[in-house]
Design a binder for this molecule. Sequence first.
Ligand code: ADP
Length: 479
Amino acid sequence: MPVHMRNLIAGNWIEASGRATFEIRDPATDEPVASVPLCGATEAVLAVDAAAEAAAGWRQRPALERSSIVRRWGDLVLAHTNELADVLTREQGKPLAEARGEIAYAASFLAGAADLAPHFGGDVIPGPAASKHIFVLRPPVGVVAAITPWNFPAAMITRKLGPALAVGCTAVVKPAEQAPLTGLALARLAGEAGVPAGVLNAITGDAAAIGRAWLGDARVRKLSFTGSTAVGRVLIRQAAEHITRLSLELGGLAPFVVFEDADLAAAVRGAMLAKFRNAGQTCICPNRFYVQRSIYEEFLGRLHHALGELRLGHGLDAGVTTGPLIDDDAVAKVRMHIADARDRGASLRKGGDFVRPSATLSGRFCTPTLLSGLTPEMAIAREETFGPVAAVGIFDDEAEAFALANASPYGLAAYAYTRDLARAMRAAEAIEAGIVGINDGGVSTAVAPFGGLKESGWGREGGRWALEAYTDVKYVSIA
Ligand code: ADP
């Protein structure tokens, strides 16, 4: 039975004006899971009113008190892992085991921010004259807006709001329209943990109208966004109005480079984790595999074999490793990338179809796909695919590998496999990406600075970098 979940403004669970709603469907079955309010500019402004009203009280709370509330929020998230993971799988499609992993990952951002914030402060530095003292303060920026994507409906919210709240900001958040239910459930738990009314406000609805209202409001001092580079560009233009500071985690196009001296079993394990988790729908997914000529066929053979272990199906069913793509636009894009690669000479080694794994399931399941003969002009080498498709090309030497890896306007994540320490260090330095996994396909962790170079965005999330991002730098000169 589909349920209705309301939005949170100033501690009240509200409807959109006119009681407009929209439906969330299970991407695996197409069945309605729930409906949520279809908010627009009116509610966006009301949410900012609430966050602005709550700002003074929250920033005056001692850091230890704020942190203990954020920590309690994280504990409650963990205590509700089963329910949250169930909702997450229904609205987003990822297998339940991955959804549970995401809930733990989401909670780790809350615990991490709660650990760090009480120790996070400014500096006292020697003044330019004996009679002067300089204090550097780190006050919270004020009201923060967060706009999050559907592929990690829990973690992208806590990664932003944990540190923002812990350092004393108040927040308005808009989860993605495809998968907002987990985010609303997290907002409810924040209230149970003691986050006061108005400190965290969550609305769903018309993304463009809400984004425009928030960036058109001078009270919003910062926007943290995770999503596409195209929308990131729109937000940069809108942020010009009030010089709103931005953190942007945008598209990626990660290269995955395998040198002939690599541990091939480890490289294949890393490739499976990085590429096929969440049905290939993560922004740090490798989109382009480059393998040295002497091991090219062996790597393809091993990856082909590993793909045989994947099981398509509903994420709630036992043994399923690969769920559906999020929606029909995603299906069309993945189909186009596979067809384009084949038209341009790639060989389809495995998969390449869309299927209904059973009669009750939708046709959004892409069979795990392996393409060889990747070349730079293929769409899959130039744009994020966001599907379970590994496209593999050849290189001859290190210089060519680094040139291929860097032949992209994006620079979020990159992976390199080699047993040669000097080469590993050269790869770490040469590859233009904010995140480089050397012999590591699982690079996500709350303690590290997550973010990209080039058109993959601005700013870092995680660890102390997240706390810095939600604070101003102010110096006080005392004579
Ligand atoms: P994806 O391709 O992953 O769906 P999007 O950039 O379209 O990435 O979406 C990421 C988030 O940005 C979602 O919450 C979406 O609703 C929101 N969004 C989309 N368009 C706009 C816009 N014009 N202004 C503000 N937010 C937007």
